[in-house]
Design a protein around this ligand. Structure first.
Ligand code: ADP
Ligand code: MG
Length: 248
């Protein structure tokens, strides 16, 4: 285990009822590393991301980020808040507040997660809206935005938090095809800043282009991982081979 990892995950387990969904996952991600997770649906990819942010509480396992160590046996509310300040989440279905404007969706996160003053949150929100090309949509409610614009607000909200690790859970899979490109373009721009990213996606071309490392997950376990060209072109495990044949 490297001590200078952006995040170091050891022995993560999670069950729902009698179903074991994550089975002893260990994973280190280096600062600035872009890691893509692929795998069949129902395999635990979303649960893994959700456990890293304690949206789902793991049953066991340790998450270390810098000087912060979070373990479900001992985690206090303040540990969990600290973890959430260091990890930001981009959801498949955007998860915007319908009754808040684009700007308010971002300021709300900065105020609740980071405890920022309203003035600081507003300044950061407007900066982020410019960065995401949405300055003219600041006062629009989600219903008045395209799917692509809503997801760009979702990504902007996560960017504004300046988290050590950004988690993306299939950020383009709810989008009409016409909006996928603009969302992937924004993610490329985030990646260019050497932001540490953990991305679940089925966009294989994008994964190949952006990932430093691709992880294949199946049945709650990391089956195989490696550089994109190796994992996508000559995977070792028959489960990876079979998955890639199906999605190709
Ligand atoms: P993936 O993202 O790879 O498609 P998920 O992490 O969403 O997989 O789900 C993995 C398994 O955990 C699935 O069998 C799913 O039904 C189950 N699961 C996920 N969340 C819950 C929950 N809140 N309650 C019960 N079962 C869940
Ligand atoms: Mg999922």
């Amino acid at each position: 285990m490297t001590s200078n990892a952006a995040i170091s995950i050891t022995g993560l387990n999670k069950s729902f009822g009698t179903t074991s969904v994550l089975k002893d996952i260990s994973l280190d991600i280096a600062p600035g590393e872009r890691v893509v997770v692929i795998g069949p649906s129902g395999t635990g990819k979303s649960t893994l991301l959700r456990c890293l942010n304690y949206l789902d509480r793991p049953d066991s396992g340790t998450i270390r980020m810098g000087d912060l160590t979070v373990d479900p046996a001992t985690a206090s509310r303040s540990d969990i808040l600290a973890l959430r300040r260091r990890t930001s989440f981009v959801f498949q279905n955007y998860a915007l507040f319908a009754n808040k404007t684009a700007r308010e969706n971002i300021t709300q996160a900065l105020i609740t997660v980071k405890g920022q003053s309203k003035a600081d949150a507003l300044a950061r929100a407007d900066e982020t809206l410019r960065e995401t090309g949405l300055a003219d949509k600041a006062d629009s409610y989600p219903a008045a935005l395209s799917g692509g614009q809503q997801q760009r607000v979702g990504i902007g909200r996560a960017m504004a938090l300046d988290a050590d690790l950004m988690l993306f859970d299939e950020p383009t899979s709810a989008l009409d095809p016409e909006w996928v490109g603009e969302v992937l373009d924004l993610m490329r721009r985030v990646a260019e800043k050497r932001q540490t990213m953990l991305i679940v996606t089925h966009e294989m071309q994008f994964a190949r282009e952006i990932a430093d490392r691709i992880i294949f997950m199946s049945d709650g376990q990391i089956i195989e991982q490696g550089k994109p060209e190796k994992l996508l072109e000559s995977p070792d495990d028959p489960r990876t081979q079979s998955f890639l044949r199906r999605v190709a």
